[in-house]
Design a protein around this ligand. Structure first.
Ligand code: FES
Length: 126
């Protein structure tokens, strides 16, 4: 039997990443891929906001972090790729400097609920 609800109106299933307070304010946290061969995600917290991206550098598609949860410059103002040093703006993932200048990280829409839990659509970046 066909669904009565058009697919574009069915709310996505959500994956819980963590609580906002599990990420230090001004810090970042990585989330492993749910399936082999996928990129995984990372989140950067700024106060009560969080920015989530697929953990794949637009330069050659490999993960950005060289150590767990290490995604930011020393001053915490930029996202940095550990391989060739590309620098990305936190708010929109645009590469400001490096071999992929002008490209951008793949942003993942994030929901923060009343319990300050971060959730993304199931399958996002995985
Ligand atoms: S892989 Fe990220 S800058 Fe080259």
């Amino acid at each position: 039997m066909d669904s009565l609800i058009p697919p574009n109106l069915i709310p996505p299933r959500l994956r819980v990443l963590c609580r906002l307070d599990d990420i230090p304010d001004g810090g970042a946290k990585g989330f492993p891929a749910a399936t082999l061969g996928s990129a995984g995600l990372f989140a950067v917290r700024q106060g009560d906001r969080a920015f989530v991206y697929v953990n794949a550098c637009p330069h050659i598609g490999i993960s950005l972090d060289w150590l767990p949860d290490r995604f930011l410059s020393a001053d915490g103002r930029l996202i940095v790729c550990s391989t060739h040093g590309a620098e990305f703006r936190i708010a929109d993932g645009v590469c400001l400097r490096g071999p992929c200048h002008g490209d951008a990280l793949e942003a993942v829409p994030v929901t923060i609920d009343a319990n300050r839990t971060l959730m993304v659509a199931e399958g996002a970046g995985l």
